[in-house]
Design a protein. Structure first.
Length: 255
């Protein structure tokens, strides 16, 4: 099962308006945030993006937009993502609105923002991140996490990489059948086969890895990255771990 959104509780309405406007306070705290923001059909991260878009489109650039920009960051929207969102909305709502919102966003994300924290990434992750991937650490550069999704029939695991983390070059072997399927579920990462250009992966992207192909996969330098790893059934399957992906090879993928 995917991870449920964390329950949102809001008290700003009652704290500020309970004496003069108790009905408004109730609608703000109990209906807008208590019900609408906790509705589970879409993620909290997507609600944050939609709210920022709606406020920007309406020309609202006061403290309410600042609050929702901060909320977006807290729920896993990266600096790269917010820049793309604001730019896209600007094309439909006008240049002055784009400039106004970018000024607020720069205050929140900062010009030299470090990569999103693990806690923020987990809030918007599609699946549980799981514990540190200690059994495979020796074949990774950086820290990864592993959460089994299914261990019956076909093995499915959610593998999460911190920014900059990647596994070593490796090859899957099998006497018959075998191989691996990767499905990106969160963040931004790469998959690369030996002698070929790296392939960027975003949520929804899928890669089929045949047996005998030397390859690596991992996160972009500035983003967390999670993919489902699906084991293709085969006979006498194994993985051959090879040399690390060099800093030069990794930098080339991130260009």
């Amino acid at each position: 099962m995917g991870k449920k959104n964390e329950k949102i509780v809001q008290t700003a309405g009652r704290n500020q308006l309970s004496d003069i406007a108790p009905m408004f306070a109730h609608l703000n705290d109990d209906v807008l945030f208590g019900e609408v923001w906790n509705e589970e059909a879409i993620s909290t991260k997507l609600k944050c993006i939609l709210t920022v878009t709606a406020l920007m489109s309406s020309g609202i650039t006061d403290s309410s937009l600042q609050y929702h920009l901060q909320n977006a960051k807290n729920n896993g929207v990266s600096k790269r993502e917010i820049a793309a969102i604001i730019t896209h909305v600007t094309m439909y709502t006008g240049w002055p609105k784009g400039w106004a919102v970018f000024r607020l966003a720069m205050e929140i994300w900062g010009k030299d923002e470090p990569a999103t924290s693990k806690e923020a990434f987990e809030k918007s992750a599609s699946f549980p991140v799981g514990p540190e991937n200690v059994n495979f650490n020796k074949w990774f550069t950086g820290t990864s996490y592993l959460q089994p999704i299914s261990t019956e029939g076909v093995g499915i695991f959610n593998v999460t990489f911190e920014p900059g983390c990647r596994n070593f070059w490796h090859i899957h072997h099998a006497d018959k059948g075998g191989g691996q399927i990767l499905v990106c579920v969160d963040g931004h990462g790469f998959y690369q086969e030996w002698g070929k250009e790296p392939v960027e992966m975003y949520p929804g992207d899928c890669v089929n890895i045949p047996v005998g192909v030397k390859h690596w996969h991992g996160a972009a330098a500035d983003s967390w990255f999670s993919h489902l790893s699906i084991e293709v059934p085969g006979e006498n399957g194994s993985s051959e771990w090879l040399e690390p992906v060099s800093d030069e090879q990794y930098a080339e993928a991130n260009k």
